[in-house]
Design a protein around this ligand. Structure first.
Ligand code: SAH
Length: 219
């Protein structure tokens, strides 16, 4: 549901600024990322009933047993993706609400985002249109196999947790490209950054996170 929001409190600059201060205190440094969080209307990415909580640093339910990621995690993953230099084309697996996509899109040339739940895919697509983001291509598909037509990607961001590093996604990274993803079982995962090399890949653990699991098939 999209509604152009009438209340003042939750969209106020002060409410958003409080979130930015918190993210800084938690260690987010990249000014481009902080700026994107400041200027992305997160209240439009949650149900109207939850809009008053949209600028809290917390994950919130978006239906279908899924959640919109916590702003800190969105900031951290975006920062980790961009850290080593600019990116042209980025694949996102797990569009969900579209919030992570919307934060990232203005910082790269194009985002290709895939979602396995049709209702979420359609809602996210209409949000991108509403807020005027034009460099996002969306698809309703199981993202475990990536999006081969547009590979190789400079960056891949995965917002649902597979149990191991998906080989198909590593194969769609260009050499030097990087992928940020949670790895592990249901309760607790490691946020990992994978960098593709000539003969394989390097990986580093960034921190512990809790994401919904990556599932296969579409619905
Ligand atoms: N970044 C999103 C997070 C959404 S939660 C946001 O900020 O809103 C993760 C999403 O990944 C869910 O919508 C879930 O349906 C989706 N997902 C899980 N497994 C998937 C797969 N194999 N392919 C595509 N999407 C998947």
């Amino acid at each position: 549901m999209i509604s152009v929001h009438r209340g003042i409190g939750m969209t106020s600059q002060r409410t958003r600024e409080r979130l930015i201060e918190r993210l800084k205190a938690e260690g987010i440094r990249d000014p481009r990322v902080l700026d994107r969080i400041r200027n992305t209307p997160r209240h439009l990415f949650v149900d109207e009933a939850l809009a008053s909580r949209a600028y809290e640093d917390t994950a919130l339910p978006i239906g279908h047993n899924q959640t919109i990621s916590q702003p800190y995690i969105v900031a951290r993953m975006t920062e980790a993706l961009l850290e080593a230099g600019p990116l042209e084309n980025v694949l996102e697996v797990g569009t969900g609400s579209g919030y992570q996509t919307a934060v990232l899109a203005p910082l790269v040339r194009r985002v290709y985002t895939v979602e396995r739940i049709q209702a979420l895919h359609e809602l996210a697509r209409s949000r991108f249109r509403t807020i005027g983001l034009r460099n996002i291509r969306t698809r309703h598909v199981d993202g475990g196999m990536g999006w081969p037509e547009y590979a190789p990607f400079d960056g891949i961001i995965v917002t649902a947790a597979p149990e191991g590093i998906p080989r198909a996604l590593v194969n769609q990274l260009r050499v030097g490209g990087r992928m940020v993803l949670p790895i592990g079982d249901n309760s607790l995962q490691a946020l990992v950054r994978v960098t593709k090399t000539e003969d394989g890949y390097d990986s580093e653990v960034l921190e512990q996170v809790a994401f919904v699991p990556m599932l296969s098939g579409v619905t």
